[in-house]
Ligand binder design. Sequence first.
Ligand code: NAP
Length: 281
Amino acid sequence: MAKLIEGKLVAKKILENLSDEILFLEKKPCLAVIIAGNDPASKIYVNSKKKKAEEIGIKSIVIELPENCTQQEILEKIYTLNNDESVNGILVQLPLPAHINTKEVLEKINPIKDVDGLHPYNLGHVASGSKPYAHPCTPTGIVRLLEYYDISVSGRHAVIIGRSNLVGRPLSYMLLNQNATVTICHSKTTNLQEITKQADILVSAAGRKNLVNADMIKEKAVVIDVGINRQEDGKLCGDVDFWSVEPKASYITPVPGGVGPMTICSLMQNTFDLYKIQNKI
Ligand code: NAP
């Protein structure tokens, strides 16, 4: 039986400590979120980020733009926030409406305010093994979970399913920087099961329900499920068939309550870290 990696609990502890540190600051850190369009899931995510920020003493600003907003309107908002000294972190909620050039939007954020760590400056530093202003939030959350549970990475084979800029790619570099041997799989990988069965640490970030079952993992593997999918009954589930995999794994994250809370936690930590960098603390 696997040990449950309780992201919700770990995030709560980290945020309590962060809240204590923020309490003593005269000027509070500030996170600005831009959301464009009407995607219901994005609205829920933005609301929970705002709520969590306020709970721990971070000021939050949400800028809502309509679905038919122009590229120029978004870039102007970013320009204003880049030049607003009271704003420490800028996050653009993804996905943006289809007509918007997301790459250009992310590249216009001042890297020192890039709280999601998705600007090429920050991703480049992660890729080259040097220090970015901010690491991407979800991979950071995963690395912190592994650290919290004392799961060693060095010398172990980490297999990541998914190669997005948001999760798979930056995580691969972060684990490589910790001396893991890393393999990335994606939708064109032909022998997925053959590769996943070699993983000491398996991370699934594909967004495909039941993609990973017990036949795909090695005995005692550490299984990290990043996926967020909807079941027929409306409940959330990950990419991993939890009940088949759990008896074979050594550690496993649940969905919900695993990686998700750690992503928000990293966002708050990044806001605070950027505040400290900008204020030379
Ligand atoms: P994404 O941009 O859609 O990337 C998904 C990746 O998975 C792609 O690289 C894709 O391959 C690969 N993939 C899809 N189906 C596959 C299959 N059958 N076999 C192997 N690889 C496959 O998604 P994302 O933004 O990285 O997010 C991934 C999942 O994590 C989603 O469910 C998302 O909701 C969730 N998520 C959760 C959190 C959290 O905090 N828990 C944070 C971020 C994302 P190709 O590149 O070849 O298309």
